[in-house]
Design a protein around this ligand. Structure first.
Ligand SMILES: C[S@@+](CC[C@H](N)C(=O)[O-])C[C@H]1O[C@@H](n2cnc3c(N)ncnc32)[C@H](O)[C@@H]1O
Length: 267
């Protein structure tokens, strides 16, 4: 049985929901295009004198990184901006067939397409976290369970096997993880279903237990939704991420080496 302790919900850094943070992809594209235009202007202004492509790409990178920073993008965008065009130029030297690039793009898009909007990438609950969730589920009566953003469905299929008295449901917005979790739900044991969509449009009042492993950026909205829709007596569980200003009723260590914990609120 995992150890339990009460603690404040303020320990996890919470990202501020600024407009610029909600649409980083649009801003990134803007910074890159503006930098390309500036470099194009330099080339044009020099009368198309022979200029070194690598030097130009580096100048473009520096301008894009500066613009990104000026627009208030997070500092981890700086190396991405600085190296994006030089990286493209470098890749061209390998003469890869363009289909490889297209395939890599499709794979990444099917995994992360919704991240620019949701700010929740795909990473999976550890075995310890799944076991800790199993430990708090009722074993003597039926219940309904939701994994909001179920990823590849590992939590659902494991719980459906070890706690068969539950009715499990997952919702996932990214195409490839959705397909994998749907397949696992169809082929696995227990009562388990998965739908493709946005958990924002799901009524949380249908569930006795709602599990979320999302990101700090999502927790304010999750709490707003949970507190207005979940029934009295139902339980919200967040893996690792706190709700700003709302201390959990219980914190449970998952025992995993990453130090993750479950935070529980009884509604
Ligand atoms: C950190 S992963 C957790 C996956 C799984 N719940 C687990 O614990 O292993 C979060 C998942 O939520 C999905 N997601 C994020 N926002 C979502 C939304 N608004 N609606 C549905 N799925 C969402 C992401 O695509 C991602 O696969």
């Amino acid at each position: 049985m995992p150890s339990t302790s009460h603690e404040s919900a303020t320990g996890v850094a919470v990202a501020t929901a600024k407009w610029h943070a909600r649409v980083p992809l649009r801003q990134a594209a803007l910074a890159q295009i503006a930098a390309v235009l500036v470099v194009g202007g330099i080339v044009w202004g020099s009368g198309f004198a022979s200029v070194d492509a690598v030097a130009l790409s580096l100048i473009q990178g520096i301008i894009a990184a500066s613009l990104g920073r000026y627009m208030g993008m997070d500092c981890w965008w700086i190396p991405i901006h600085a190296l994006f065009v030089p990286g493209l130029l470098w890749m061209l030297t390998f003469d890869f067939p363009p289909t490889y690039a297209l395939m890599a793009f499709c794979l990444l898009a099917s995994l992360y397409w919704t991240v620019s909007r949701t700010r929740v990438p795909l990473f999976l609950s550890s075995r310890g976290a799944t076991q800790a969730v199993a430990n708090v589920l009722p074993s003597d009566r039926s219940f309904t369970f939701l994994d909001m953003g179920c990823g590849t469905g590992g939590v659902l299929s494991s719980l459906a096997r070890t706690r068969p008295s539950g009715n499990y449901h997952g919702i996932e917005s990214a195409p490839l993880p959705f397909l994998v979790s749907r397949l696992r739900a169809i082929t696995g044991s227990g009562r388990c279903s998965v739908t493709w969509g946005d958990y924002g449009e799901l009524d949380l009042g249908r569930f006795d237990v709602v599990y979320a492993y999302l990101s700090p950026a999502a927790m304010r909205d999750v709490w707003r939704k949970a507190s207005s829709e979940m029934r009295p007596g139902s339980v919200l569980i967040s893996n690792s991420f706190a709700v700003p200003g709302v201390p959990p009723a219980l914190t449970i260590s998952t025992g995993a080496s990453d130090g993750s914990r479950l935070l529980l609120w009884r509604m």
